[in-house]
Write a protein that binds this ligand. Structure first.
Ligand SMILES: *Cc1c(COP(=O)(O)O)cnc(C)c1O
Length: 376
């Protein structure tokens, strides 16, 4: 065996992206430090302009994390204590922190079998007069059913806040995700498709009034300096993050194309295994995560781990079963069969821009030999 064949295939390796931007970022950082532009500042303003243009939206408001983005969007949407908001049961908990901070009540919906995104037929069953908004999650890098979602929201008069933390650059009928609802929220956590050198987030909107409120909320509730119009937060993006993200954004489409090529290889090489593979159902997929579903998932995971292939779980404990929500929502024991399927059987294979063909082969070979072994 060659040296390389023994090396672990990491679940994600961010050093490859860093190496590509290093020579541009370092001299620019030097300038940022000389200017002491640490909190928002000119690099953040430039990044906001760049990302707004990239996504085709009027306003981009840079904040300190994806969770902060969703929190200020919740407030800007006018969601108040006791209001109900439809959300998928199958997502990262960051989707709902903003609701919980504001005293709003998440109403969990089951998800689609094929995509893991919010099931709007289930949402239809759970809606009542107390529901004011819906937060669809474009999970794993693929769109929720946007056409059905927007028709549903219109019919019930709901505000739509899109959680695009995993799907920057993904499109639906030619338009960037995040531009369909009232606001779209992004995360630049390092492991996301566009990741900073630390925490970061963004809200986008075409609504001038909401943009002004969001800008105020992220900076101590200021309307102008020293005047605090509303209770605000310190949710500013670091200048350093904006600088790094600006350089990385120029390469995002290239990195996304690499993710799509890896996914195509996995799909071709694993098609005849018993796995359920990701399906493109709503038009696009930027493969933040490549999540397969397997019977006896934990056995497969242990086998891959033994073979030096790291995997992830997204997400093994559904939101309606999280301990912190025990007093807020009444768990419907068997009300989420599809969420349970994703939680119990989902397994995320290694997926990152810059992943080598040899690493992809290692993953494919390991998965295939697991099933060849179990068939005997
Ligand atoms: C990452 C993520 C968030 C939260 O973003 P942070 O930057 O980690 O606060 C919210 N929703 C989803 C679906 C995410 O994947």
């Amino acid at each position: 065996m060659t040296q390389q064949a023994n090396e672990t295939v990491p679940f994600v390796d961010l050093s490859i992206q860093w190496n590509q931007v290093h020579d541009e970022v370092m001299p620019d950082l030097e300038k940022l430090f000389k200017a002491s532009a640490f909190c928002l500042g000119p690099w953040a303003t430039a990044f906001e302009t760049q990302v707004a243009e990239y996504l085709g939206v009027k306003h981009a408001i840079a904040v300190s994390s994806g969770s902060a983005a969703l929190h200020v969007a919740t407030i800007a949407a006018g969601i108040k204590r006791g209001d109900k908001v439809l959300v998928p049961a199958h997502t990262f908990i960051g989707t709902i922190w903003g609701l919980l901070y504001e005293g709003a009540i998440p109403v969990f919906c089951d998800v689609e079998e094929a995509t893991g995104t919010i099931d709007l037929d289930d949402a239809e069953r759970r809606i009542d007069d107390g529901v004011k908004a819906i937060i669809p999650v474009h999970l794993y890098g693929q769109p929720a059913d946007v056409a059905k979602l927007m028709a549903f929201a219109e019919r019930h008069g709901l505000t739509v806040i899109e959680d695009v933390a995993q799907a920057i650059g993904a499109r639906y009928q030619g338009k960037a995700l995040g531009t369909f609802g009232s606001m779209g929220c992004f995360s630049f956590y390092p492991g996301k498709n566009l990741g900073g050198a630390g925490e970061g987030g963004l809200v986008i909107t075409n609504d001038d009034e909401k943009a002004a409120i969001l800008r105020s909320l992220r900076e101590h509730g200021q309307s102008r300096r020293y005047v605090h119009e509303r209770i605000g937060y310190n949710y500013r993006m670091d200048g350093i993050q904006a600088l790094v993200l600006g350089h990385k954004l120029k390469r995002l489409d290239d990195w996304t194309a690499q993710r799509k090529a890896i996914a195509a290889r996995y799909a071709a090489a694993l098609a005849d295994t018993p796995l359920r593979l990701p399906a493109i159902v709503h038009g696009d997929h930027v493969y933040h995560l490549y999540v397969v579903r397997a019977e006896r998932r934990d056995d497969l995971r242990a086998f891959l781990d033994e073979r030096g292939v790291q995997t992830g779980l997204h997400y093994p404990v559904p939101l309606h079963q999280q301990p912190c929500l025990a007093e807020i929502v009444t768990p419907a024991a068997d009300g989420y069969p599809v969420t349970t399927d994703w939680a119990e059987n989902g397994l995320s294979l290694p997926m990152f821009a810059g992943m080598t063909a040899a690493q992809q082969d290692r993953v494919i070979d390991a998965v295939r030999s697991h099933f060849e072994g179990t068939r005997r």
